[in-house]
Design a protein around this ligand. Structure first.
Ligand code: PLP
Length: 365
């Protein structure tokens, strides 16, 4: 079967940066080769910069973004712990499921989809939970929540609660300051604004959260204590084999982070903003309505209301077949009534905006 080129303008994966693709094709290194370990160390340093954290334990986990979510809960939820989850889309819902599987007493704070997290309601849900979890950029709805405000409010209330943030769709597409925002545990994915194929979950944990981790979690593969012995040498400098690191993926992430830092985190965020705003303006000029609440719309992922009498799936099929463009449908009850258009990583540019708007205009007539 012939391979075809696509413009991946959906909710992810996005097209990869050339540097990320070159990283995949670089000569293979063993996972204990000093050259590889130096690259892994540098990947951790680059992730710290991109995330705005000094956390020693900042590393790429083997697996997609969901592995980051699993690791975040399985390593930090002790049976019976109260975990407050802000749910304003699919990924908040998934957090509830994952946390409950590891024995959390989950307190769900439901929001209307399309709205950002309401910090006051989250605070009111429980006086002193072990963890509060929220999604920074909800990919299912295209909404950004104010993690900085949430972190400040939690810290002002008490020192006990850990803040856990999903950064899968925000990393690389906007400025993040995990330490300044009082985030203790965060995970991400590679296939969105970092412009790397799917396969790794950047992960970071603060010192104070680390001391409260589950000593022997019910998972062997995602036990951060064991993985840490390989990635950071467990503090002693020695590296112990845990599992075979996906070396080509690490090389790809390393290269993409290098190009991001060369462009500048602020410049990359500005590029995503400019493209996202141009797309949103263009869609509205075509008479289309945006789904996410105004003022909280992501630039990297725009959710659009499918007009009445338009067959959502048919439009997506024509975009793919006639123009080589992939966009996403909606999720859950919005499966057929919302489109999701991503401008992430290398696709955050005005050329992609024009391509998408022009193609959509021709299809909608
Ligand atoms: N969290 C968010 C916000 C996401 O957008 C996604 C994937 O789209 C995930 C978690 C899960 O990541 P993955 O599909 O890479 O496992």
């Amino acid at each position: 079967m012939a391979l075809v080129e696509r413009s991946l303008l959906g909710p992810g994966p996005t097209n990869a940066y050339p540097e990320a693709t070159a990283g995949l094709a670089a000569p293979m290194l063993g996972h204990l080769d000093p050259e590889f370990l130096a690259m892994l160390d540098e990947t951790g340093r680059r992730l710290r910069t991109v995330w705005g954290t000094g956390n020693l334990r900042t590393l790429p986990l083997s697996g997609t973004g969901s592995i980051g979510m699993e690791a975040a809960f399985v390593n930090f939820v002790h049976p019976g712990d109260v975990v407050v989850v802000a749910v304003n889309g699919l990924f908040g819902e998934r957090m509830c499921d994952v946390a409950s599987r590891y024995g959390a007493e989950v307190v769900r704070v439901d929001h209307t989809w399309g709205q950002p997290v309401d910090v006051e309601r989250v605070l009111a849900a429980h006086p002193s939970p072990s963890i509060v979890a929220a999604v920074h950029a909800e990919t299912s709805t295209g909404v950004r929540s104010d993690i900085e405000h949430l972190g400040a409010a939690l810290r002002e209330r008490d020192e006990r609660t850990l803040l856990l943030a999903d950064c899968v769709t925000s990393i690389g597409g906007e400025q993040i300051d995990l330490d300044g925002w009082n985030v203790d545990i965060a995970y991400a994915g590679t296939q969105k604004c970092l412009g790397v194929p799917p396969g790794l979950a950047p992960f970071t944990v603060s010192e104070r959260a680390w001391h409260r981790r589950v000593e022997k979690p019910t998972t062997w593969y995602l036990d951060l204590g064991l993985i840490g012995n390989y990635v950071t040498g467990g503090g002693s400098g020695g590296r112990a084999y845990h599992h075979t690191a996906p070396t080509a993926m690490v090389a790809s992430l390393h290269a993409a982070l290098g190009r991001l830092l060369e462009e500048g985190i602020a410049a990359a965020a500005e590029r995503h903003r400019e493209a996202g705003e141009a797309l949103q303006t263009g869609l509205q000029e075509m008479g289309l309505d945006l789904f996410a609440a105004e003022g909280n719309r992501l630039h990297q992922l725009t959710s659009v209301v499918v007009p009445d009498h338009v067959d959502s799936a048919d439009v997506r099929k024509r975009l793919l077949n006639d123009y080589g463009i992939e966009i996403g449908g909606g999720v859950g009850q919005y499966a057929n009534t919302v489109w999701r258009i991503g401008l992430m990583g290398p696709n955050a540019g005005l050329d992609r905006v024009e391509l998408l708007l022009g193609s959509l205009r021709r299809i909608l007539g």
